[in-house]
Design a protein around this ligand. Structure first.
Ligand SMILES: [Zn+2]
Length: 97
């Protein structure tokens, strides 16, 4: 966000963030290394990546954040998931202004 502001003059209040489909907390199991890296309570076994991203964006003052509700891991009909089954297929995201 600092680069957005310094390099492009984009203010936090002008940013709209969209977090696309991703592995959700229901399926994202973590080890103690990740639990410690995110400073989660001892014994935490699953992580919400989108919650962590939202917290970071909110800390920068971004208020308009939309999080897609789909889980790429267990919604097998719609998405690839390397965690579910290693594959050469990938998903793509786009950032636009
Ligand atoms: Zn899931």
């Amino acid at each position: 966000m600092i680069r957005f502001k310094n390099d492009f003059g984009i203010r936090a209040q002008d940013v709209f963030a969209y977090i696309g489909p991703h592995i959700k907390q229901c399926c994202y199991e973590i080890g103690s290394d990740v639990q410690k890296a995110f400073e989660l309570p001892d014994g935490t076994k699953k992580l919400s990546l989108s919650l962590q991203a939202v917290k970071q964006m909110e800390a920068f003052g971004i208020k308009r954040i939309y999080v897609n509700s789909h889980c790429t891991c267990h919604e097998t009909e719609m998405f690839y998931s390397y965690r579910r089954q290693p594959t050469d297929s990938r998903m793509m995201s786009i950032i636009s202004v």
